[in-house]
Design a protein around this ligand. Structure first.
Ligand code: TXA
Ligand code: MG
Length: 341
């Protein structure tokens, strides 16, 4: 597929998630093979019927995402996920502890029609998640089947944490946006590869590493590098989650014209002249910082500064996921066909 080709124009309905009729409408649209963005506790997802290859192909086109990058299948219950994947004892322990919630488990695909081959990008494994957000739960329950949902942004852009962010990227390319207000966690789910003897952390996210390791009783292995064509977690190429402005990490001082992303009240030399300043959490709360991260990057980008300077942030707890996303936002930009998310 040519990810830069524009899909046909669609009328994008804006549906208030508080309205039960809107949820029924969203579920009916999914059943008809349409694309519906909805809030999860992490970020907004762009949903399509996981069993419908035509709908999944439309989803890849709407995002401009290369089809080799597999999608996460979301279900209302863990029992549904257990029917799609083959869960080891360790995978079941993690599911029992963290579902519903911001954890994605990669397990061997058990076969069947619930998640089509295109959504799995032809892999023998499948990524599964049971989200906890009440709107996601209600939509998945009303739909009844598995829904694949990448973050509801154009490929290579910052993930959306509000319905307005989704509209800014995808208006005219998808069929509906269920507006459930801002998301709570703010960074994507933690992805754990539970296919082998020792589970591996593929992507830090909303469940901190230490919480997972406590349940497992041992350390998580780290993701290997894999080869470039098909890395261990296929979507994890260096540059994505990227604003248009350059991102400069570990900034000890501000250069003229830069915007400032700061934390816990830190004001490095030069801060007074910043084009714009956002403090992710004046009180130093990493959960608040994660929830505000993507919105802050969007706002600082929109101020027009050529670069965003980011102060050093703590790395513990949700700080690992924040550091991961900031490193990707700062990575040298690859060509559009190599920015898959
Ligand atoms: O919080 C989240 O996870 C959000 C919400 C909407 O649920 N979704 C999300 O999806 O972040 P997406 O598509 O942006 O990221 C999914 C990641 C990609 O890096 C993809 O390569 C990886 O999951 N993935 C999917 N299936 C996989 C598999 N079988 N093996 C390894 N990685 C997989
Ligand atoms: Mg994404």
């Amino acid at each position: 597929m040519d990810p830069s080709a524009s899909p046909p124009q669609r009328h994008t309905l804006s549906l208030p998630a508080a309205d039960p009729h809107a949820l029924a409408q969203g579920a009916a649209l999914l059943g008809a093979g349409r694309l519906v963005a909805f809030p999860t506790e992490t970020v907004y997802g762009l949903g399509a019927d996981a069993a419908n290859p035509r709908a999944v192909a439309d989803l890849y086109a709407a995002k401009g995402r290369p089809a080799f990058n597999p999608l996460i299948a979301h279900t209302a219950t863990a029992a549904q996920a257990f029917a799609i994947g083959a869960f080891s004892a360790e995978a079941r322990r993690l599911a029992a502890a963290f579902w519903p919630g911001p954890l994605t488990l990669v397990v061997p695909f058990a076969g069947g029609d619930a998640v089509c081959e295109l959504a799995r990008a032809g892999l023998a494994t499948v990524a599964l998640r049971v989200p906890s957000h009440p709107v996601a739960q209600a939509l998945l329950a009303a739909f009844g089947g598995a829904v694949v949902a990448p973050s509801a942004n154009r490929s290579g852009r910052v993930s959306p944490t509000q319905a307005a962010h989704v509209a800014a990227d995808l208006d005219g390319r998808i069929d509906a946006i269920l507006d459930g207000g801002p998301t709570q966690v703010g960074v994507e789910s933690t992805i754990v590869d539970a296919t082998g003897a020792v589970s591996r952390l593929l992507r830090p996210g909303g469940v901190p590493r230490a919480a997972l390791e406590q349940v497992l009783g041992h350390a998580l292995a780290d993701a290997g590098t894999g080869d470039a064509a098909r890395p261990a977690s296929p979507g994890r190429l260096a540059s994505h989650y990227a604003p248009r402005a350059a991102v400069r990490l570990e900034a000890e001082a501000l250069a003229p014209g830069e915007a400032l992303l700061t934390f816990a009240g830190a004001r490095p030399p030069g801060a007074a002249a910043a084009a714009m300043t956002i403090d992710l959490s004046p009180t130093g709360d990493l959960a608040e910082a994660a929830a505000r991260l993507y919105g802050a990057l969007r706002a600082l980008d929109a101020c027009g500064a050529p670069a965003i300077a980011v102060v050093p942030l703590p790395r513990h707890g949700l700080g690992e996921a924040i550091a991961d996303r900031l490193a990707r936002a700062a990575a040298p930009r690859s060509a559009p066909e190599e920015t898959p998310q």
